[in-house]
Design a protein around this ligand. Structure first.
Ligand code: NAD
Length: 506
């Protein structure tokens, strides 16, 4: 490394108890710019000592923050909302520099995160509780919710701003202290988020950032002072997180991977379906948990759909996400690119037709970037790796089926159940589809049906472990515990004597 490049490389530190700190250890990891292949930063990894300090600060902060009035908590949320909105460009630039997605997409990600902050600004409405006046004579019953205490969020690389914002605003608004363990691949935006919380007036220790890999995650999953875990990432790790943290007595929601199918019926508006599928398959280089990675073409829809998809996929401009002319950026690592290429080759050898081939793509002046071009595979079968695996790259596989019935059976047999969509002009087929599929989020002529923040997000089957979906009303339930109070204020001098029958209403 030359002296000059060393100077350009930034150090990404933890944010513990209101301060940036390199922590107590000397273990570090390189951060890459996937568009250039260059090292852009050095990430400081946690030690057990740092982790203990973070959890202790969170515990202390939770005890006081949970008692702060709803009005004061909400004021911080409103201020935070303004600051995130004002720093959208800066956050988006940090995302693109480390993740690679195009800037417009990165700004969209910030916008969807902001939406959850806006939901959390209305937390007073969500925490109103329930009241039964005079349920029994002289007895009122009411229920309300209180914070869990200390909760940790463990997040994936593909949405370094949005996914932390699926969690933290709701956790904090409901009175918890939140520890973020972001992905090691694109950790910088989380530090700006921490600063924005601080500038919004959030007390030290309520939002902290701790960096690391498995050791940091394990430390949080097993720590007796951590009460809840929100996880978003791949299915094997989600399952592991769920099992380990529940074994240690914690409340857990662990969202996993996906293989999202879109059924296209012959009566669909084929241009609109092809536009939507192209955006949903290749946006963010396919690195979205709600990417459409399987098109299920019914009957005579297939030939026309594949032609239109091929036309559009060939038109996509791949390049540096910072460049406004790019539609699609690189994938996250060279290993990820090599895996995509290997899976496409295996599918070809197993009989799939490579209609558009992104394997050989070289982006000019970015020869060391981690690029792979949009790829469309037709005539894929369910026993091929390209169908069985979540590829998490710019690959759209097309399955041809004879009927809607057959399409639904394929979707329901798939182990994942995150999102799905149907493209049709028939309300009756759409209704049948949405009622029968075993998937958590459904789009009708909408390809990426990510629910708005006032609803909750979550898949079924291997796409979610735990009982609660994330953000929205389920998020409020996840980060709080209910209490029910049965209350009587006896009138003076009206003691009625002890009764030994089980109390009932009257
Ligand atoms: P990942 O599972 O590799 O990592 C997620 C988090 O887990 C990171 O913070 C990472 O540090 C940590 N981690 C990794 N290996 C671990 C281990 N062995 N033990 C403990 N912790 C570990 O996921 P990723 O590659 O960062 O993200 C992509 C995946 O996330 C895809 O599968 C995608 O579908 C999924 N995802 C799902 C959703 C959803 O809402 N369901 C949303 C976004 C991403």
């Amino acid at each position: 490394m030359t002296q000059q490049t060393q100077q350009q490389i930034k150090h990404v530190e933890h944010f513990i108890n209101g301060e940036r700190t390199a922590g107590t250890g000397d273990r570090t990891q390189e951060i890459y710019n996937p568009a250039t292949g260059e090292v852009s930063g050095i990430l400081h990894l946690t030690t057990d000592e740092d982790l203990q300090a973070t959890v202790a600060a969170a515990r202390k902060a939770a005890d006081t923050w949970g008692d702060v009035s709803l009005a004061k908590r909400t004021a911080v949320l409103f201020k935070f909302r303004e600051l995130v909105a004002a720093h959208t460009d800066e956050l988006a630039a940090l995302i693109t520099a480390e993740h690679g997605k195009v800037l417009s997409d990165a700004k969209g990600e910030v916008g969807r995160g902001l939406e959850v902050v806006e939901f959390a600004c209305g937390i007073a409405e969500q925490l109103k509780g329930e009241f039964s006046d005079q349920f029994s004579t002289g007895i009122d019953v009411y229920s309300f919710r209180q914070p869990l205490g200390v909760v940790a969020g463990i997040t994936p690389f593909n949405f370094p701003v949005m996914v932390p914002l699926w969690m933290a605003p709701v956790a904090i608004a409901t009175g918890n202290a939140f520890i973020l363990k972001p992905s090691e691949r694109d950790p910088s935006p989380s530090l700006l988020i921490a600063e924005l919380w601080q500038r919004a007036g959030l007390p030290d220790g309520v939002f902290q950032v701790l960096h690391g890999g498995k050791e940091a995650v394990d430390g949080l999953l097993t720590h007796p002072d951590v009460d809840g875990i929100s996880f978003v990432g791949s299915t094997p790790i989600a399952k592991y997180v769920h099992e380990t943290a529940t074994k240690h007595g914690k409340r857990v929601q662990a969202l996993g991977g996906a293989k999202n199918h879109a059924i296209v019926l012959p009566d669909a508006d084929m241009d609109s379906a092809a536009d939507n599928l192209t955006a949903a398959a290749f946006g963010s280089a396919g690195e979205r948990c709600m990417a459409v990675s399987v098109a299920v073409a019914v009957g005579e829809a297939a030939d026309l759909l594949v032609d239109k998809l091929a036309e559009r996929a060939k038109d996509i401009t791949v390049g540096n996400g910072m460049d406004a002319s790019s539609d699609m950026g690189p994938v996250i690592t060279p290993a990820s690119r090599d895996r995509v290429v290997r899976i496409v080759t295996a599918a070809e050898e197993a009989g799939a037709a490579v209609v558009v081939d992104g394997r050989e793509l070289i982006v000019q002046d970015h020869e060391n970037g981690f690029f792979v071009g949009p790829t469309v595979l037709d005539r894929v079968r369910q026993d091929m790796e390209a169908y069985e695996e979540e590829i998490f790259g710019p690959v759209l596989v097309v399955l041809r089926v004879d009927s809607l019935e057959e399409g639904i059976e394929i979707i329901n047999a798939n182990p994942y159940g995150n999102g799905t969509a149907i493209f049709t002009s028939s309300g009756a087929y759409a209704r049948q589809f949405k009622r029968r599929v075993t998937v958590g989020m459904i789009g009708v002529n909408v390809p990426i049906p990510v629910p708005v923040a006032w609803h909750s997000f979550g898949g079924w089957k291997a796409s979610l472990f735990g009982d609660h979906h994330i953000y929205g009303p389920d998020g409020v339930r996840f980060y709080t515990r209910g209490k029910a109070v049965t209350e009587r204020w006896p009138e003076p001098h009206h003691a009625s004597g002890a009764s030994f029958a089980f109390p009932s209403s009257g």
